[in-house]
Design a protein. Sequence first.
Length: 220
Amino acid sequence: MKKVLLSWSSGKDSAWTLHALRQLPDIELVGLLTTLNKTHDRVAMHAVRRELLRAQADAAGLPLREVDLPWPCTNEDYEQLMKAACEQAVADGVTHMAFGDLFLEDVRDYRVEKLKGTGLEPIFPLWGRRTPELAREMIAGGLRAYLTCVDPKQLDARFVGREFNADLLADLPASIDPCGERGEFHSFVFEGPMFRAPIDVRLGEVVTRDGFTFADVLSA
């Protein structure tokens, strides 16, 4: 059995990766690993509150490993903290780390390179899936998520706060990847087959910060 720690962003791709891993007979999921902005107490980029991240882990029935990043965070800071997290995982018997990457070769190559020599093998359960079909599969499979972050340089900021559903896919410009793999948007999953029960949430205020537009998600 592969003892797998899943890199968890709080968004739809990592959530669907969790769902996919649970279909594999040689996988033992041992936890979720998430990086957070320590200053703002939120998941990096997705801007999801720590309390809701923990609610996701509880709904998934998995322990959560939190890596607190300083703000601002240099690449050196990030790599040192992640190296320590990997060392702890190996000490705890973890053998593999899973990622929800879809098609960005440079991102995959970076992960593979950084895990060399750590004792952890990377796996990419969704790699190479066509994103239009994958997005529809997620929605048909019962995944529900809100867009919590939009890059207005790529996608109209008015999309922030919308639910990831068939209507959203129909409204996305042709230039936008249906899964937002190029960073067009990020999401927070509150319901799906990877969870034991839905997470009761509501949308809060919308703010623009550091060149991105964010929709706050709150416990209902």
